[in-house]
Design a protein around this ligand. Structure first.
Ligand code: 6CS
Ligand code: FE
Length: 327
């Protein structure tokens, strides 16, 4: 027995990993081990048809979850954050790869009391809790702005693959929620998803570079599927674009294969994005030999922002916090 093993410290090779990725030279499919829907219809508010659709496709599009007025308030809050701070130099800000424009702003629920309240809105959190069958907390939040003319796409990926390998998310027990703040139409680079892809874990090839997130958030090269297996998934399930007016909300499973194209239309595609994770699926050591990513990308702290009854469908008029970003 090695000295480490005697002390009860497992090496990477000894650690039990149900979803090993970026470790072999050939990609392969591994079966999903966790259920897709863990809650029941009695827990509401999703009906059985919606739960079945989420389970079968790995996503669900819900029109008109937010009102036009609520969408306006979200857009104003984004403008407030951008106008009040030197946001370009903040670590939470990701700039477009080929233009001096804001691509993503992370941890918005920590930067702004207003977005903390939105992330706790009952209409969203209750549905996430129902899908996951558990209390949840936020492990990542962001706005993706994808500006008109210059907004670049997001290559195909499973979020879970990155969150597992780079952040140490143990199991497929998280759900993403994308809130459309502008119309997402077929011209402005909408989210595309592969129905049914969430049922298979596709391993990726290529070792994770140091500080990979500095590159991957602008343009991801590791943790993306190979062409042949991606083709198989799409042959099997087809492709769907999630379109809808502002106020539409898309829930999708953490392992659903998805991506989006560039936005060469004049119309910005602005989406707010929250990831809800089961409280018993807290992040561990990464499943690679690199340091964990920063807290603003992958929260290890249990952040008690999810309080469904605290803001029963009424959001505060609050503004961006002055003290954010000191983490
Ligand atoms: O890094 C993340 O957490 C997310 N962003 C990208 C570009 N890919 C993986 C994941 O969705
Ligand atoms: Fe993603």
């Amino acid at each position: 027995m090695s000295a480490l093993a005697e002390k009860g410290i497992s090496t990477a090779a000894e650690r039990d990993d149900p979803y090993p990725s970026r470790q072999e030279s050939v990609a392969r499919f591994l079966p999903r081990r966790e259920p897709v829907v863990s809650g029941t219809v009695d827990a509401g508010p999703l009906n059985q048809r919606q739960l079945d659709e989420f389970e079968a496709n790995g996503f669900l599009v819900l029109p008109e979850l937010l009102s036009a007025n609520e969408v306006e308030r979200c857009l104003s809050e984004i403008e407030l954050i951008r106008s009040n701070r030197d946001w370009l130099s903040r670590p939470e800000a990701v700039i477009e790869p080929e233009a001096d424009a804001l691509r993503s702003l992370f941890a918005v629920h920590r930067l702004s009391d207003f977005f903390a309240a939105v992330s706790s809105d009952e209409r969203i959190v209750r549905r996430a809790m129902q899908i996951l069958g558990s209390d949840v907390y936020i492990t990542q939040s962001r706005v993706n702005l994808k500006p008109g003319f210059s907004g670049k796409g997001f290559y195909w990926h499973s979020d879970f693959e990155t969150w597992h390998v780079e952040d140490g998310m143990p199991r497929m027990r998280a759900v993403s929620c994308s809130i459309l703040l502008t119309e997402n139409n077929r011209h402005n680079g909408p989210l595309m998803l592969v129905p049914g892809s969430h049922r298979h874990f596709l391993t990726c090839v290529g070792e994770t570079p140091d500080e990979h997130y500095r590159q991957s958030l602008r343009s991801q090269k590791f943790g993306v599927p190979d062409d042949a297996n991606l083709q198989t998934l799409i042959d099997d399930g087809g492709l769907r674009s999630a379109l809808g007016p502002a106020g539409t909300v898309i829930f999708f499973d953490c392992n659903t294969m998805h991506g989006s194209g560039s936005n060469i239309s004049p119309w910005p595609r602005s989406n707010l994005f929250f990831v809800y994770n089961r409280v018993d699926n807290r992040l561990e050591r990464p499943f690679c030999d690199k340091a964990p990513r920063p807290e603003f990308l992958a929260a290890r702290e249990y952040c008690p922002t999810v309080r469904p009854s605290a803001f029963p469908n009424s959001w505060p008029t609050s503004h961006a916090r002055g003290d954010a970003g000191t983490q």
